[in-house]
Design a protein around this ligand. Sequence first.
Ligand code: ZN
Ligand code: ZN
Length: 270
Amino acid sequence: MIADCHMHTSFSTDSKACPEEMIERAIALGMKEICITDHYDMDYPRNPRTGEEEFQLDTPAYQAKIRELQERYRDRIQIRFGVELGLQAHLKGQMEEYVRRWPFDFVIGSMHLLNGKDPYDCESFQDMEDREMYRAYFRATSENLRAFHEFQTLGHLDYVVRYGKSKGAEYRCGEYRDEIDEILKLLVEYQIALEVNTGGLKYGLGFPNPHPEIIRRYRELGGEMVTVGSDAHEPRHVGFGFDTAAELLREAGFQYYTQFTDKKPVFVKL
Ligand SMILES: [Zn+2]
Ligand SMILES: [Zn+2]
């Protein structure tokens, strides 16, 4: 099965999963390689209820744990050391320093915040129409990409759609063609992969993030690198919807997907 290159464990604020259970599940599914990518969002708004700083990552403890697991499971599965880094243009310098300092195999750059607020928190964008919010999110994604591009794949490109009032029902990605083309062209220019995140299927959108039209468009614009991730936060979602993802990728003209080791791409036949 395709290597799952996006999953979370209890090192992430929003997961209670024990890393060993995620790994065992991947092995049971027949994966030969996975990448664990716990969350790190610098300058994330504090939880208004608890006042706690969320989505911070104890990177030294995380690295030590991944090293231990790599050793323990080396005969059964390759485990890569990854991170999902929340992108915000004003943090350019800190993000550069961070990804250079730690020997990650793979960094996912993800837009979790729009104007400093998380679309996941429904109250933040109550006054904004879905279309307006989606467009603003895509524009902010290109701005972020231009500011900082030292990562290997762009996570869940149209993630914002998961949290629109109408979810995917009224989402037509063709309406944002200019904004999305801009993002895809920057990915090709900076040699950053496009992630196919099957979390969208899990959330009941009926498609992964991004929408298959966007995957096809990336290919048309010369994009060659796609990574695949379930964004699992618990063992039962590891590899979720990967058959659908493989089919979509083949239909879009891809023969290979990409894994990263030491931040270098390795192409694997689909
Ligand atoms: Zn994410
Ligand atoms: Zn994630």
